[in-house]
Every structure is written in structure tokens, then in C-alpha cells.
Design a protein around this ligand. Structure first.
Ligand SMILES: Nc1ncnc2c1ncn2[C@@H]1O[C@H](COP(=O)(O)OP(=O)(O)OP(=O)(O)O)[C@@H](O)[C@H]1O
Ligand SMILES: [Mg+2]
Length: 333
């Protein structure tokens, strides 16, 4: 459905998107996962014909985003980072307004609005002003607005940004539902590992304008949990900083992080890492209560591939330097 080849975008000499290539199959949910400034929105905007590539090509349904931009626009629905909705109009009036802008005939539009409102469980709210809606309800409205023209491809730029956990779950659920019931091909961007993991059939990990890795979540995780790599969680009753330092100094250990006063997480690789780590703790007279072999998360994958962590912006435990780097640029709502 979508073919991207060496797609590149420069802004005054700054390369925001750097020769990326990927395909998205019909009916697939494809995720672009990366921190602030990775180039996700710029990629979406090129696919949506809103900004022209500096180099490379992209096609949607075999139409070129530059040469056949009118055709591409007929195929896509775009949910951008900003919510465009009129607070004083009701849910139905808003959808009616945008539907008429798309040129959808009145006879069809009425029925479609009811169907879409039903799809996101807002049927009972159709006569209420959007200004009275919660942020989750507004975001659901934002997404169905993009579905009015029955797009074959839905482009979702950070669909759950700024939503509370409950609303995020709701939005994710109906994104899945749209994909399942309408067979819509979806590209979504996110900086949230969990979101990519839950929603996407395949994930492209983006960093500094490049796609650093691209595969299913399961396969990406195999990159960090091969036969000789492990992520262990240890509970040590009398944990001391000496023990942590001694584990850290082991050749097979790439990182140690302390979760609380008794729990540590160790990334290690090589033969017999398990015994080596246990021996090191015993040598420091550590009392080991439990050892768990953890399943890797996408966060571990990101760290492994890019050499740095991507953090949810809500996470305040980020060191100041990294924090500044991942701070939102224009996130005021
Ligand atoms: N119109 C523009 N002019 C100049 N630089 C831009 C423009 N749009 C984006 N950039 C820069 O390109 C880089 C990629 O931006 P982009 O918005 O695509 O990132 P993103 O991955 O969507 O990040 P975020 O998670 O913050 O939304 C950033 O460094 C940004 O400052
Ligand atoms: Mg963005």
C-alpha cells in the first residue's frame, strides 16, 4: 500500500529525515517509534503531501506523493498532532462541516456520521458541544473526522499524546477496531514503547532521521535476548553499593540499574552469565532471594540499537541533560 524509498527532508541544511525506506502492506498497522525530533511528523507530512521530500520517493496506493498528490489525498485520512474542532458546534455539526468540506453528499453523510460516532461510542453525545468533551472524547472525534472520507490509509501522528491512561486505552482500542473492521491500513507515530508494542504489526525504530531497525515487536526483542544475552532481575535482601559495583565490573555485564532498595536489573551477555553474576554477589556476602529472567521490552531494544534510552516524557526520572533533549518542542495544548 505504501512504498518509501530513500525519503529525505532537509530544512535549511538540517536533515530531519535521512534516506529512509520501508513498505507498508495493505491492512497493516505500521508504527514509527522514536523520541522527540526523530523525524516522525516530517515523514507523516511528506506522506500526506503537506511537505515535499528533498530527495527520494514515496507512493501511496501506487500514487506518487509529489506527482499524483491529488490522488494520494483521496486515499488518505490524516490525524495530526493538533486537534481541529469547533468547541461551540456539537459533535454532529463538526463532522457535518468537515464532511461537506470533503464534498461528501448530504444523503451519505448523515448515515456515515452516525456510524462513525457509534464506532467510537459517542452516539449518545452527538448533540453535545465538543467544548464540553473530555480530552479522550475530543481525540476520538479527531480520529473519526479523518475517517469521514473512508480513507484506505489512515495516518495517525501521536494519537494518544497528552491523554490520560484511560483515554489512551480507549483510543488504542478503537484504532485496532478501525483496522479490523474497516481494513484500513494505518501508519502511526509514537514515542511510547507500549503503544507501539500493543498496536503495531511492525515497528520502525526512528532516531535522528534514520530508521535504525524495522521488524515485528517479537523479532526486535530477539535482538536483545538471543541465546547468550539475558536481562536478569535479582532480589538481594542486603543489597549494597559494593555489590552493584562488583556486578558492574564483570566483563559480561553491560548495565546494572537499581529499581529499589532490594531489586536490581542486569543486562548481560556471554556464556554462563548467570553463574558469574551469582558468584560475584555471593563473594560480597549477598543474600539472593530471587532471580528472574526478564522478557526484553522495546525500551531494551531501543537502548540496544541506538545506544541511548527513549523515555516517556511523563517520566521525571530522566537525567537533566537527556531530559532537555527529549523535552517537547511545541507541546502546549
Ligand atoms: N518546518 C521546519 N523547519 C525547520 N526544522 C524543522 C521543521 N519541522 C521539523 N523540523 C526539525 O526536524 C526535526 C524532526 O522533527 P519532527 O517534527 O519530524 O520530529 P518528531 O519525531 O515528530 O518529534 P516529536 O516527537 O517532537 O513530534 C526536528 O529537529 C525539528 O526541529
Ligand atoms: Mg512529531
Amino acid at each position: 500500500m505504501i512504498e518509501v524509498r530513500n525519503l529525505t527532508k532537509n530544512f535549511n541544511g538540517f536533515r530531519a529525515v535521512d534516506h529512509i525506506s520501508f513498505d507498508v502492506k495493505r491492512g497493516e498497522v505500521f508504527g514509527l517509534l522514536g523520541p522527540n525530533g526523530a523525524g516522525k511528523t516530517t515523514t507523516i507530512r511528506m506522506l500526506a503531501t503537506l511537505t515535499r521530500p528533498t530527495e527520494g520517493t514515496a507512493t501511496v496506493g501506487n500514487y506518487d506523493v509529489v506527482k499524483d498528490d491529488d490522488e494520494v489525498r483521496k486515499l488518505i485520512g490524516l490525524v495530526s498532532e493538533k486537534i481541529i474542532m469547533y468547541d461551540r458546534l456539537t459533535a454532529k455539526e463538526n463532522l457535518w462541516f468537515f464532511g461537506r468540506l470533503y464534498g461528501i453528499p448530504k444523503e451519505v453523510l448523515n448515515e456515515r456520521i452516525d456510524e462513525l460516532l457509534g464506532l467510537v461510542q459517542l452516539g449518545d453525545w452527538k448533540g453535545s458541544q465538543v467544548g464540553t468533551f473530555s480530552s479522550g472524547m475530543r481525540q476520538r472525534m479527531n480520529v473519526i473526522r479523518a475517517l469521514l472520507n473512508m480513507p484506505k490509509v489512515l495516518l495517525l501522528d501521536e494519537p494518544t499524546l497528552g491523554l490520560d491512561p484511560q483515554s489512551s486505552v480507549e483510543v488504542r482500542e478503537f484504532v485496532k477496531k478501525i483496522n479490523r473492521e474497516k481494513k484500513t491500513t494505518i501508519i502511526l507515530t509514537t514515542h511510547m514503547m507500549v503503544e507501539a508494542d500493543i498496536l503495531c504489526d511492525r515497528i520502525g525504530i526512528m532516531d535522528h532521521g534514520k530508521i535504525a531497525a524495522l521488524d515485528t515487536s517479537t523479532n526486535l526483542k530477539k535482538l536483545v535476548s538471543g541465546d547468550d544475552t539475558a536481562i536478569l532481575e535479582l532480589e538481594i535482601a542486603n543489597l549494597t553499593s559494593n555489590m552493584i559495583a562488583s556486578i558492574q565490573s564483570l566483563k559480561c555485564v553491560s548495565s546494572v540499574s537499581q529499581d529499589n532498595s532490594t531489586h536490581i536489573k542486569v543486562h548481560a551477555s556471554g556464556n554462563g552469565v548467570f553463574d558469574t553474576i551469582i558468584d560475584a554477589i555471593r563473594a560480597e556476602k549477598g543474600e539472593i532471594n530471587s532471580v528472574k529472567n526478564l522478557e526484553p521490552t522495546l525500551e531494551d531494544v531501543f537502548l540496544h540499537i541506538t545506544g541511548h534510552e527513549v523515555r516517556d516524557k511523563a517520566d521525571q526520572k530522566i537525567p537533566m541533560r537527556a531530559h532537555r533533549r527529549f523535552m517537547p518542542r511545541r507541546r502546549v495544548r
